[in-house]
Structures are given as structure tokens and as C-alpha cells.
Ligand binder design. Structure first.
Ligand SMILES: [Zn+2]
Length: 415
């Protein structure tokens, strides 16, 4: 039944408006400024006609597309220059003909992407831009035709060079600034929306605005240098999030997510995770699997190779020490959040999250709650709850670093 007096709808609207009005912060001065002239995608239509699936994007002005294919799962990737997507959140769930679902968003500086999940192997049989000379708008038409496995596989191999990964700017340590560095990691972003709430909001937006609030609170103490793995709605591969934390010499890494489970509307609560090859339970293992799919969702080959990692005894000792600190921080977080948030049973769990693999940076991943739970969702978008939760997290950070401050100000020693 619809309650017309419910405060829920205005609150969702207010939250969405606040998101739209959020200023665009730049990660580093070298990050290209968002082009004002980016084409706007205002509608996407999927239609089936005599065995072909036509995917049509309405654009405010024409853009030059490039097409690539990926396997396991089968996908068509449409690479575009930066495009601003103004589409209803539910649109990507549209299942029609050869299209089983799709995602869209910023993929890197000045790059956007549409990732189409295919119901079966298909090739782009037509790629056309229909311009309207009077309005200057355009329709980008991508026509998909069924193909066999072998030709699809060849197309995957041939188009691979188009799929270069995004360039992620690293933030370097500032030797002058001796304050502890905290790297906040709002989950997902850009072409990877994360979980979807029933109200048609994306996890990537909810966790981003939460992380921004936390950043402001931590910065206001004056005690920390607080960085974010992303400062706008852009995709960052999981391995790069770890690399960002390591290159900035972060003393603490906090990844922020909000999960969703199908068929479990009454499941709710906040959980703090630390990294481990062995998950503490089956649900945690499944969750880590879901979160680890982020690169696949965006059309990036997942790689476990973190590049600059040093193998050997030293790394092993560091990881052991890091694990102790990660656990210590997780415990403090759970303790501080206990009075603010409804906690999951067993609120501190372990699982093999790929973002928790920096061997020398204490790292935790916080699942703020379940977007699939209406009660959790209402809290997540409530200013009052987010205020209290970020206060509690700031207290946990203060307690974590207290031993370091006690040992002589901001000297670079382990907490
Ligand atoms: Zn997530």
C-alpha cells in the first residue's frame, strides 16, 4: 500500500538532488577537468527486429564510438569519449533480445563506456550515427546479430587492443606533511554502479557521498591527511585502489560499500571486513566474490598481479604486522559503531576481498548495510544517521592512531 504521508519519497528525492549538486573534486592537478562540452546521453532504447537487437542511444551531439568484445561472460563494450549519462537507474536491467543487461558511465579521464552483457555470442552488424541537422542531436545505433562461438572468440582477440585499462593518477606521499595518511575508498564508480537499491539508486553514489562526509569529518580534526581513491563518479580498477593506497604511503585504508542481496529484504546490519584468503563463513565468501566482480562489470580483465609487490620474508612479516593492525582497527570500528548502527551478527568478518591486499597498509572494508533492506536503506540516505556513523568512525580512527600520537606527535611510526 502506498502511504502518501510517507517521508520516504521526499527524502530519497532530497538525497538524489544533493548528489547532483555535489561539487566535482579533482584527485590531482594533472587530472583532466571534466569537459563542459561532453555529449549527454538522455535515453537508451533496446528493440528487437527480425532477429536483430537494436541498441539506440540518444545523444545531445554525435560522438565517435569504438566497439570491442569480451568473453566469460560475453560482452560488447562500446568505448566513447566522455559522455554524461542522464538515464533512469533501472534502465540497465532491461533484458531484450541479445541484450541481457547493460551498464554505462565514466571509465577513466575523458573516457566513457557502455558495457552490454550478451544473452549469447553476438557481433555488431551495424554501427551508425544518425544526425539531426536541425537540432545537432544524434542517435547512435548499435545493431547486434547472433554469431557462433568461434567467430566471437576471434572478434574478442582482434578487438583486445581497444580495451586499454584506464589511467589512474597516483597520489604521492608528501614528505613535508608528517600527519598519518588515510585513504578512503568509496566502492565502485563510473561504469560499475555496484548494487542497486529498490528506489533506483546506485551503491556507487550512496557510498561516495558517505565517504565525502567522512573525509570532511576526519580533515576537520586537523590530525590526518585524508585522500580518496576516487573524487568523482569514475571507474577505478580494484588493483589500482590498492596501488593508490601504497603510493600515497597510506597508514590506513578504509573501503566503503553497501551490499544488496536478492530475496532477503529482512537481512540487515553493518559489517566490518578484514582481508583473508579464508573467509569466516560462506556468506562472507560470496560477498567478497560479488565485490571482486567490479573489474568484470566494467569490462576490465581482472588481474591479481599487483605489480610492485615484493615477494619474500620481509613482505610476509609486514603482512603479519599489517593484519594485526587491520584487526585492531576493525575491532575499534565495531565497538564505536555499536551504539550508532544496527550491527550484523558477527560484525567483524574476514574474506578474500581484492581491495584488502596491500601487504603494508592496514585495511578494512565496511559494508554500511543492505540496500535490499528498506530500513537500512532509509538510514543510509538519512543525514542524521550518516552524521552519527561518520562521527563514530572518526572516533575509531582517533583511537587507532592514539598510540602513535602518544609516542611523539605525528612521527612516522606504526600505531
Ligand atoms: Zn560494493
Amino acid at each position: 500500500m502506498l502511504h502518501l504521508t510517507s517521508p520516504r519519497l521526499p527524502r530519497v528525492m532530497a538525497f538524489m538532488l544533493a548528489l547532483a549538486a555535489a561539487p566535482v573534486f579533482l584527485l590531482a592537478p594533472s587530472t583532466p577537468v571534466r569537459s563542459e562540452a561532453a555529449s549527454i546521453a538522455a535515453a537508451i532504447d533496446v528493440a528487437v527486429e527480425s532477429g536483430r537487437t537494436r541498441f539506440t542511444i540518444a545523444l545531445s551531439r554525435p560522438v565517435a564510438p569504438r566497439v570491442a568484445y569480451m568473453e566469460r561472460p560475453d560482452r560488447v563494450i562500446i568505448e566513447l569519449p566522455e559522455v554524461t549519462f542522464r538515464l533512469p537507474a533501472e534502465i540497465g536491467r532491461r533484458r531484450e533480445g541479445l541484450v541481457s543487461s547493460f551498464r554505462y558511465g565514466l571509465f577513466g579521464p575523458a573516457r566513457s563506456r557502455i558495457v552490454i552483457d550478451l544473452a549469447q555470442p553476438a557481433s555488431v552488424s551495424r554501427l551508425d550515427t544518425e544526425k539531426d541537422p536541425r537540432s545537432g542531436t544524434a542517435k547512435l545505433v548499435v545493431e547486434l546479430t547472433r554469431t557462433e562461438r568461434e567467430p566471437f572468440r576471434r572478434a574478442v582477440a582482434e578487438s583486445a587492443p581497444i580495451l586499454r585499462p584506464p589511467v589512474v593518477e597516483t597520489v604521492l606521499a608528501e614528505p613535508e606533511d608528517r600527519r598519518p595518511v588515510i585513504m578512503l575508498d568509496p566502492g565502485h564508480g563510473g561504469v560499475d554502479p555496484g548494487a542497486t537499491a529498490s528506489a533506483g539508486m546506485f551503491e556507487k553514489d550512496i557510498v561516495f557521498s558517505f565517504a565525502q562526509k567522512l573525509q570532511k569529518k576526519l580533515e576537520a580534526t586537523g590530525r590526518y591527511r585524508v585522500l580518496m581513491t576516487r573524487n568523482r563518479d569514475v571507474f577505478i580498477p580494484l588493483g589500482d585502489r590498492v596501488r593508490l593506497a601504497r603510493s600515497a604511503r597510506a597508514d590506513l585504508f578504509v573501503s566503503i560499500h553497501a551490499d544488496s542481496i536478492s530475496g532477503g529484504a529482512e537481512v540487515r546490519g553493518l559489517t566490518v571486513y578484514t582481508g583473508s584468503e579464508r573467509a569466516s563463513d560462506a556468506d562472507s565468501a560470496l560477498l567478497a566474490d560479488r565485490e571482486n566482480q567490479a573489474d568484470t562489470a566494467a569490462g576490465v580483465e581482472s588481474t591479481d598481479n599487483l605489480g610492485e609487490e615484493v615477494a619474500g620474508i620481509l613482505q610476509d612479516l609486514t603482512s603479519r604486522e599489517t593484519r594485526v593492525f587491520s584487526h585492531g582497527f576493525a575491532k575499534r570500528l565495531v565497538h564505536e559503531l555499536d551504539t550508532v548502527a544496527r550491527l550484523n551478527k558477527n560484525p567483524h568478518r574476514e574474506a578474500g576481498f581484492r581491495v584488502l591486499r596491500a601487504y603494508d597498509v592496514p585495511s578494512v572494508l565496511v559494508e554500511l548495510g543492505y540496500l535490499s533492506s528498506r530500513k537500512d536503506f532509509d538510514l543510509l540516505i538519512s543525514d542524521e544517521w550518516r552524521d552519527r556513523a561518520t562521527d563514530a568512525m572518526t572516533s575509531a580512527v582517533d583511537l587507532f592512531f592514539a598510540p602513535r600520537f602518544a609516542q611523539g606527535g605525528t612521527a612516522a611510526v606504526s600505531p
